[in-house]
Structure formats: structure tokens, C-alpha cells
Design a protein around this ligand. Structure first.
Ligand code: HEC
Length: 129
């Protein structure tokens, strides 16, 4: 009986050791997925850009359908990302008269919108499709 018991014990110990090894290999930390790290940063940038828009653009431009109905001096930007690439958006914001010499849209230089804010603003505008 004692031989049976000790062999059961040995088998159990062996099983536990194997499980521990298997568990260890699964628990080994893998590389963090870049998607998970990138998402919150992008969301933060879009949120920051939305604030820049509210402060500097919303007086003249609608970003939502209901704002568009209200009517503003500038064209609605509700779908701006459909027809403008980020580089074109930035060019328009930095120098509106280049594409339209008669534009009433003011130019926003780096004093008005620093590079970091511009990046956030473009990230926000890129969500308007
Ligand atoms: C004083 C009003 C005014 C302000 C403030 C203003 N805009 Fe404009 N914007 C206009 C007008 C008017 C036009 C259309 C004439 C033109 O093409 O310049 C325009 C055009 C644009 C266009 C091109 C849209 C199209 O349909 O071709 C973009 C993009 C744009 N504005 C983005 C912005 C952003 C982003 C801001 C804030 C940083 C801003 N504008 C601030 C008046 C304004």
C-alpha cells in the first residue's frame, strides 16, 4: 500500500512540476501589443485637437451636422477628411490665402497654433469623414 501511495505522490509531484513549467511558459510576459499602447495616445490627441478646434475654428466652421444647420461663415468641415489629406489641411490652416486669395480665413502661424497643437488638430479633423 505504501508503495502505491508513494508512487501516486511521485506522480502527483511530477504532474504539479509539469503544470508549473507549462504555467511558467504561458505566464512569461510577451511584448506589449503596439495597438493597445497606441490607441489611448491617439484618442488623447484627437481630444486635444477638438479643443483647439473649439477655440480657434468653431466660430467659422461646423464640425457636426447640427452645427452645419446653424450656418457659419466658413464651409462646414463635417466631412473634411473625405476630401482633404492631412498635409492639405495643414497648408490651408497655415496659409489660407494660398488656395484662395480672397479668403477671410485668418492664417494660423506657429504662434497661434504650435506644431504639437497642429498635430492634434489634424488628428481631430481626420476623424471628420
Ligand atoms: C473667420 C472665419 C474662419 C476661421 C476662424 C477659420 N476659418 Fe477655415 N475657412 C473660412 C472660410 C470663409 C473658408 C472658405 C474660403 C477658403 O477656402 O478660404 C475656410 C476654409 C477652410 C478649409 C477648406 C474647406 C473646404 O471646403 O475647402 C479648411 C480645411 C479650414 N477652413 C479649416 C479651418 C481650421 C482648422 C480653422 C481653425 C484653426 C479655421 N479654418 C478657422 C473661415 C474661417
Amino acid at each position: 500500500m505504501s508503495t502505491f501511495r508513494s508512487s501516486v505522490l511521485a506522480a502527483t509531484a511530477c504532474g504539479v512540476a509539469t503544470l508549473a513549467l507549462v504555467g511558467l511558459s504561458f505566464a512569461a510576459p510577451g511584448k506589449p501589443k503596439p495597438k493597445k499602447a497606441a490607441k489611448p495616445a491617439a484618442a488623447a490627441s484627437v481630444a486635444a485637437g477638438k479643443k483647439v478646434f473649439a477655440a480657434k475654428c468653431a466660430g467659422c466652421h461646423a464640425a457636426t451636422a447640427s452645427e452645419a444647420k446653424a450656418g457659419k461663415p466658413g464651409p462646414a468641415l463635417t466631412h473634411v477628411a473625405k476630401f482633404m489629406k492631412p498635409a492639405a489641411m495643414e497648408a490651408k490652416i497655415r496659409n489660407p490665402k494660398k488656395s484662395n486669395p480672397n479668403s477671410i480665413m485668418p492664417a494660423f502661424g506657429p504662434q497661434q497654433i504650435p506644431a504639437g497643437e497642429m498635430k492634434a488638430l489634424i488628428a481631430y479633423l481626420s476623424t471628420l469623414k
